[in-house]
Design a protein around this ligand. Sequence first.
Ligand SMILES: *Cc1c(COP(=O)(O)O)cnc(C)c1O
Length: 398
Amino acid sequence: MKYPKPPSVISLDNILPDEPLLMMGAGPVPIPHKVAYANSVVINHLGDTMNKVIDQVKVMSRYVFQTSSSHVMGVSGPASAAMEMAIVNLVEPGTKVLSVCNGLFSRRLAEMAIRVGGEVTRYDVPDKQSARPEAIEALLKSGGFQVLTVVQGETSNTVWNRELVEICRLGKQYGCLNVVDAVCTLSTMEMEMDEWAVDVIITGGQKGLSSIPGVSLIAFSEDAWSRIQKRNAPMTHWCLDARLADQFWDKKAYHYTAPVSGILALHEALRLVCDETLPARFRRHAICSAALQGGIEAMGLELLIPAEARLPSVVGITVPEGVSADRVRHVMSEVHKVEISGAFGLNILRIGQMGEQSRTHNLFRTLHALGTSMRATGGKVDLPAGMAELERVLASRG
Ligand SMILES: *Cc1c(COP(=O)(O)O)cnc(C)c1O
């Protein structure tokens, strides 16, 4: 048998930049050395060592989610896989779902529910605003919803659903299980799963937790778990079947081969959160985001979202007329080795404040890179004023 010639490719050394770019976009974010090291280790996916790791991942996740639920699981896959796990286990054909939609990611939850036969009603929140509890209550009153989906922060357009606590309270009052996407916000701002009546919480690795992409976390409340136990319709997804995943995450038996290295990385990321403590971590994120926002505005640029609905963990910037967001990003990455995000279709820029991104040295480098790159591409900015404001806010609040 004759095999064709193997393809000729270049090595990674010739693809990756000599110096890694500083990842200041909407994720993935920089990872601490301990996380990177853990991610390079392979261990057996079953057995004593793994069991110890899993037990600790669960204990630490409970702290980070602020829950006493025992139904905490890792998911092999992107945050979207955790979103899908939430949906496919709770929604069956005919299940009535109310989806609060602020943008791309919250609409993804609605889309997933439609695909498994859910009867989905979308509440499309007006542009640049947080979801309004009164509007949600009016819809809930119309009746019969069993599941409510909502994001804490909508990364795609940098809107924060500030009234999440009230939204979840209403969801519960009207008999819904509350599914909350906390992918970009978890460990950057307050989240109390039990206290806020969240029934399913979802997060990814590569955002607030500063771990790697591809291994995610999900937790189910007792209410959600008993709904899953009573489920009649067949489960369409084998990998995402919560009852099968429970075999591994609770009973230490085989479901599928867990992404061991990624779970070790997640363990280290969670341990660093526990070391820092949540209140200190929230404070660090709040100060860094406020300083960055202040610096951007002092430079003469406009933030995309008004203060009352603005997400702190991903900051959206309106790009001035005549300047191209793509060109600014290109200069930032080529010249300054700083990577930030554009947006899906809009002429805006997004800078992340998640996990390791919220460090003062990263802020100075990023704001400086943004300012000079704006100038280089035809924007008018007052760079010294921006840098001074960044310094001022950090000094006054640090
Ligand atoms: C990033 C993100 C997701 C999707 O995460 P993936 O890992 O790309 O699947 C979902 N929701 C929110 C709010 C996000 O920020």
